[in-house]
Structure formats: C-alpha cells, structure tokens
Design a binder for this molecule. Structure first.
Ligand code: ADP
Ligand code: MG
Length: 262
C-alpha cells in the first residue's frame, strides 16, 4: 500500500482496543441474518468509519456494540463483543450507557416538543451531575455547537435537520461517553451541513480524545475525517485500511454499487 501520504495518527493508535468485535453474527427474530461475520477494533481516541451500502450491516453492527439489538428482537448468535477487554455481549443497553457507550440512532431522534436546551439536559441525567457541573458541560457543548446555543429556547421540532442531528450528538456527548456510535449522521442533510458536523466530530476527537465509530454511506466526507475504515458488504467485512489508503482506492465505488457517486 502507498505510504506517500501518512495517515492522520489517532491518539490511541497502537493501544489496546476500546472496543473489539470478534466474528459476530446477529440474527433478528430468531430467523433473519443481520450480519454474518464482523470483526473490528476501535482504539481509544480513534475515529473509525463503518462503510457500506444500504443493508450491508452497519446499523446492526452498531446495535450489537451498544446493546440496542434487544429493542429489535435481535441477538448476537455467534462471536463476542468486548469493551476494554471485557466481554459485554448481550449486556443491557442501559448498563452499557453507564459504562460509557452511547449510540446516536439513525434519523435524529430528538424530543420535538422540548426546547433544544431541555433536550440537551436529558443527556446529563445519566451522570446525575450537580447544577454547576451540568451548566459547565452544557456550556462546553454549546462551544462545540454554536448553532445550538442560538436555538437553545426553540422547540427542537422547529429546528432544521442539521440542527437536530447536532442536538442528537450534543445530547449523547452530555452522557460523558468514552465511545460514541453514530449512525449515518449525514443522512438527508446538505453537503455543507454534513461537512460542518464532521468537522465538529473531528474537533471533539482532537481536543477531548472522544472515540467515534461512525456508520456512513457517504464515503468521501467520512474518509476525510476518520483515521481508519471498514467496508461491509453482505454482513461481512470485505476491506479494512487506513482512511488515507481507502481514499486512494478507486474500486470503493464498485462495492457501493447502486449508490449515487459522492
Ligand atoms: N429490525 C429488523 N428486523 C429484521 N431484519 C432486519 C432488521 N434490521 C435490519 N435487518 C436486516 O439486517 C441486514 C442488515 O441491515 P442493517 O444493519 O440495517 O444495514 P445498514 O445499516 O448497513 O443499512 C439487512 O438484511 C436487514 O434487512
Ligand atoms: Mg443503517
């Protein structure tokens, strides 16, 4: 592989993985195969992109990591999920949340009738923060997402799609996570907003060392900001490399057959 352009170095590169999937298979409704064989690692401080076409198994992989498979009557039927070296396969999502795994679901789930700030405050409940700590954390999040500060008193349902995605991410960050699972943050958003969101993610990663596993169909923008990537097809990992090496491959789009060019 080409080494002309060194990939961005993650703070945690070379460290023991924060999360590791070992050959997991997931079955929905005891009948439908969600993923067949996924192995991957994410080191502390990395941004890892999980790429693949619709139905490749990205969301299933994230749900296996956060425990949210139970909400879809699915389970890990083979292999295991490790967090900090400990087996967490099948552990309930609320327990994993307290251990620092937060999952931002696809589709910007915010409480539409609550204001932006009320939505953000729900993120602080998990840690039972005191008043001063809550205000400090909120202020920090507003620093990363200035648009949210501007709209703090607006009902979330009246904000734009981009602002709702920022709100969903901001609320997740207020749980003080170690690992953030993001499911298609770019979906349905204008390119300029997508770029803004990924720049904020990269900034959070650089300054706070927050670790991200990001499922995306948008190859271009995710590989510009990630350190490494995994390409899924048919519920399996078909390719893994540094983001720099993946950016140079011209056959990536063939794996994405049927998707609009990015
Ligand atoms: N709730 C569900 N019930 C049954 N099958 C599902 C469910 N969610 C996903 N699947 C199946 O699992 C496979 C992987 O889907 P998914 O993880 O959603 O892919 P992606 O996120 O890459 O689009 C697909 O074949 C899909 O039909
Ligand atoms: Mg999905």
């Amino acid at each position: 592989m080409s080494t002309q352009t060194p990939p961005p170095v993650a703070t945690g590169a070379g460290l023991a993985p924060l999360v590791e999937l070992r050959g997991i298979e997931v079955v929905y409704d005891a009948a439908i195969l969600g993923v067949a064989d996924i192995s991957l690692t994410v080191a502390p401080g990395e941004i890892v992109a999980l790429l693949g076409a619709n139905g490749a198994g990205k969301s299933t992989t994230l749900k296996a990591t956060s425990g949210l498979l139970v909400a879809d009557r699915a389970l890990v039927s083979r292999g295991s999920v490790l967090f900090r070296g400990e087996d967490i396969t099948g552990v309930a999502p609320n327990l994993l949340a307290t251990r620092g795994i937060v999952h931002v679901l696809e589709g910007r789930h915010v409480f539409g009738h609550l204001t932006v700030e009320e939505n953000l405050r729900t993120g602080t409940f998990l840690r039972r923060l005191g008043r001063r700590e809550t205000e400090r954390d909120l202020d920090e999040i507003y620093g990363y997402f200035p648009r949210l500060r501007t709209k703090r008193k607006t009902p979330a349902g009246l904000t734009s799609g981009g602002e709702q995605q920022m709100l969903a991410i901001g609320r997740a960050l207020l749980t003080r996570p170690e690992l953030v699972l993001l499911d298609e943050p770019s979906m349905g958003l204008a390119p300029i907003i997508v770029e803004e969101i990924f720049e904020i993610i990269a900034g959070l990663n650089r300054t706070k060392g927050t670790t991200f596993l990001v499922a995306e169909q948008n190859i271009a923008v995710s590989l510009r900001h990630a350190h490494r990537g995994y390409v899924l097809d048919g519920g399996k990992v078909v390719l893994t490399a540094t983001a720099a090496d993946l950016r140079e491959r011209d056959d990536l789009h063939e794996i994405y057959l049927g998707l609009a060019s990015v």
